[in-house]
Design a protein around this ligand. Structure first.
Ligand SMILES: CC(C)(COP(=O)(O)OP(=O)(O)OC[C@H]1O[C@@H](n2cnc3c(N)ncnc32)[C@H](O)[C@@H]1OP(=O)(O)O)[C@@H](O)C(=O)NCCC(=O)NCCS
Length: 182
């Protein structure tokens, strides 16, 4: 598989925003999310969001297939205990081939490197297939909450670092071999 994961720069902002918008479109349609009722949903992502994220220290990882970005994930250190995984996206035409899993594993590997204890992600509470997928990757379901300006309930899923090594990515999709099994 000619794919690799790399850290993005501001030059990638336009392609990242497009990738995120296109990847979240089906979710927006399924849950009835629009610019009006959910302006901060990733289906409305702009270059400006990505740039501002990067300025405040968020790292974007992109997965490339034949040198084209086909998916990404944002990774943010919230505090000494927790990192957040956000905007996980794989373009519809490239799904169910392990790219999403590889991105999650890359973020978990980074969290291990930083020495935090948890990686957390907020998902739409009713998105049961996604919830089950995160569980298969080793995440545990936490509390569900409502937030102002969001027309859906959010469930927090968390991965505890150091529990096992089974989430390690295959060598052809990680950025460096040293990222394995950290
Ligand atoms: C979630 C996502 C990143 C997975 O990417 P991917 O490259 O297909 O992931 P993988 O190939 O590693 O795993 C595929 C799994 O996704 C799961 N999945 C998650 N959401 C799904 C959905 N809406 N429909 C079907 N399968 C879904 C399936 O269970 C599938 O597992 P299976 O093939 O073993 O049945 C991709 O579906 C996506 O971009 N979705 C839209 C945006 C989104 O919901 N992002 C997550 C926000 S927290």
């Amino acid at each position: 598989m000619s794919s690799r994961i790399r850290i993005c720069t501001k030059e990638d902002s336009r392609v990242l925003a497009e990738t995120i918008r296109k990847s979240f479109r089906d979710i927006a349609e399924r849950f009835g999310l629009t610019q009006e009722n959910a302006p901060r949903h990733p289906s409305n992502c702009t270059m400006d969001w990505i740039r501002k994220d990067m300025e405040r220290g968020v790292t974007y990882f992109a997965i490339e297939n034949k040198n084209h970005i086909i998916g990404c994930v944002a990774f943010e250190r919230a505090n000494s205990e927790v990192c957040y995984l956000e905007r996980l996206a794989v373009l519809p035409g490239y799904r169910r081939r392990g790219f999403g899993k590889a991105l999650v594993e890359r973020a978990v590997s980074e969290a291990k490197h930083l020495g935090v204890n948890y990686v957390s992600i907020g998902i739409i509470a009713e998105h049961t297939e996604l919830k089950d997928w995160y569980k298969r990757l080793g995440f545990v379901e936490g509390e569900s909450k409502e937030f102002p300006l969001l027309p859906f309930c959010v469930t927090v899923m968390s991965y505890e670092i150091g529990k096992s090594c089974q989430q390690c990515a295959p060598p052809d999709v990680v950025e460096r071999v040293s990222d394995l099994c950290r």
